[in-house]
Design a protein around this ligand. Sequence first.
Ligand code: AMP
Length: 220
Amino acid sequence: MTSRPRLVLLGKQGAGKGTQAVRLAAHYRIAHLSTGDMFRAQAQQGTAFGLEAKRYMDAGELVPDEIVIGVIEECLAPGGPLSAGFVLDGFPRTRAQAEELERVLDGKPIDVVLHLDVPREVVVERLSQRRVCVQNSAHIYSVSEPPRTEWICDICGGEVTQREDDTPEAINKRLDSYERDTRPIREFYGSSGRPLVTVDGMGSSDDVFDRCRDAIDAAL
Ligand code: AMP
């Protein structure tokens, strides 16, 4: 088995990629990279790059490929933070990004591409219930699973609130973008010989994690 796998998580917004990526990163002792978390952190710090990304995010649109690819290239460079194993969450999101990822990895390809499968009506419901920590958007809660103290993050004490792009209008726009821009990536991986595994993303976080881990271990 590859001890430090290189994983890509695909799936609609709200399919549970963020939650499972954190768990997979801990289990396989690999880095977790969420482009969305990265952009939100930059926006919160008020950097020029973060504020530019925020305009697209708040509108429910994709950040342009050239901006995203520039960021990822730095992370994946030899000796960079992701040069051992990693789980990519929210990247690639377009075919151009998937092709660029192959180029940047330069002969050390992705080990497993996991597709978390959840129906659209379920993710719409999950996204409208989702609440995240303003200090770290990887700390995820929901109206039905709130933090222990009202709207204060259990992990870091930050305020827990609704993401600005989790409004009904932006949710629908983002899901349309998934169908148009991101779904074709599945065919790209399926046809390029990468192990592409679809995992049922319904059920408890523990159940989905067990399915993901079993699928990855079987593919490695
Ligand atoms: P997420 O947290 O993955 O739902 O991402 C939130 C928002 O960040 C998306 O709706 C996009 O505006 C932007 N974003 C994140 N990752 C990417 C990416 N790989 N390509 C383009 N935009 C992205």
